[in-house]
Design a protein around this ligand. Structure first.
Ligand code: TXA
Ligand code: MG
Length: 383
């Protein structure tokens, strides 16, 4: 156990004296959580293997999942990456500071454990005055994954960080809620053609102008599949309460969800709902069991509070949560929001438009909560 100190800083004009305290701690090998424009990061000196080891220990993160190195500016890129390609500088000019992470060949001076033994490194320049102020003050590349316990939703407030990591890290700089709310977009430039590893806070459309051959997976990358990429494990961003996604048209979903909530309560289970705002009026009977996602047509808005909503699900005192995705879109933050919802549900999806949807849903719940469902009445399965 270490004592965790919370330092409140102005998110626009952070106090230089407070940043100096945190920067000094980083230079001494301490762990400091700080806000970025995406989510809170858990920072350590990227040149110090034992400080980097402490990140993995504090987060309970497997050593096989590499960390992102944060820089104060593109001029530091040569110090952490070996011979970055020209397109890296073009992307940096377009997006940095900002929510784009580039995977490049790693420079030898970085702690090797931050990259999980890979010859590569993920790098970004964050667009948040507190993060940038801290990076400038400590004059070091800072390794920083999201400041949550492994597989939990990423933290978008200092309170989320404390909930997961109090007693495990030295400092939290509290700069209020993070503006984007979803992690950065990750692009691997060490592969030919370059590959999108994670949908995130950067809009892909302008990036595609510079990377016309970018490989974009058509469905979420899942580590269990044949070409595992780090950080693509399915269980991620997950609330403690199991989550199940119900796809299909809103009217079909309404029928299925109404029947499912009723059947589940008859069997002694309480189900909650996670819904885009426009679907709320369809469920007047279950109003006190609903967490609203925000307007489905505005993924930017949904993204800002998504991880807070996922954490709120655990306050519903539900045994299971049935969630509706946002309307499909490839624009803006739409794909990133869909990806996080899919992972929060560990990939469990039921299509409301299939004939046996209710029994499929009940079987999935039984798998998620083995032995918890009361034995069904004979014939009930055919509802
Ligand atoms: O917005 C963000 O990216 C936040 C803030 C704090 O900057 N950070 C963040 O870090 O989300 P983390 O560790 O939670 O996610 C980093 C992602 C993981 O999916 C990891 O596997 C991938 O980047 N990554 C890191 N280094 C990599 C590498 N060398 N090759 C491939 N993927 C890498
Ligand atoms: Mg993370």
């Amino acid at each position: 156990m270490v004592a965790t100190q919370l330092l409140s800083v102005d998110p626009i004009h952070p106090d230089a004296a407070l940043l100096a305290i945190a920067a000094h701690a980083l230079r001494q090998g301490a762990l400091v959580a700080f806000p970025t424009e995406t989510v809170y990061g858990l920072g350590a000196n990227a040149l110090d293997p034992s400080a980097v080891d402490r990140i993995f220990a504090a987060k309970q993160r497997p050593f096989t999942d590499p960390l992102i190195v944060h820089l104060a500016g593109v001029e530091q890129l040569d110090g952490v990456a070996r011979t970055p390609p020209t397109v890296a500088y073009s992307l940096a000019a377009l997006c940095w500071p900002g929510p784009l992470t580039l995977v490049l060949q790693r420079a030898d001076r970085l702690a090797p454990n931050l990259a999980a033994g890979r010859p590569t490194v993920a790098v970004r320049v964050p667009a948040h005055p507190v993060a940038l102020g801290l990076l400038r003050a400590c004059q070091l590349p800072i390794a920083a994954p999201s400041a949550n316990l492994f597989s939990r939703p990423s933290p978008t407030t200092a309170q989320h960080v404390l909930k997961d990591l109090a007693g495990r890290i030295e400092f939290v700089l509290d700069g209020g809620p993070t503006p984007i709310g979803l992690e950065s977009t990750v692009i691997d430039l060490t592969q030919e053609p370059p590959r999108l590893l994670r949908h995130g806070g950067a809009d892909l459309a302008p990036l595609l102008q510079l990377l016309p051959d970018l490989q974009i997976p058509t469905r979420p990358l899942i580590a269990a599949e044949s070409a595992p990429a780090p950080g693509t494990q399915l269980r991620h961003y997950a609330p403690h309460t199991p989550l199940l996604l119900v796809s299909g048209h809103a009217a079909a979903a309404q029928n299925l969800l109404d029947a499912a909530l009723e059947t589940l309560s008859a069997r002694g289970l309480r189900a909650g709902l996670l819904l885009p705002d426009e679907e709320l009026p369809r469920y007047p009977r279950w109003a006190e069991r609903i967490v609203a996602l925000g307007p489905g047509e505005a993924p930017e808005q949904v993204g800002r509070t998504l991880f807070t909503r996922l954490r709120q699900l655990d306050e519903l005192a539900a045994d299971v949560v049935l969630a509706r995705p946002l309307p499909q879109t490839t624009a803006g933050l739409g794909p990133a929001v869909q990806d996080r919802l899919f992972r929060a549900a560990e990939g469990h999806t039921v299509d409301a438009e299939t004939p046996a949807a209710l029994s499929t849903l009940l079987e999935l719940v039984e798998q998620l909560l083995p032995g918890r469902m009361l034995t069904c009445q004979s014939g009930e399965r055919t509802v």
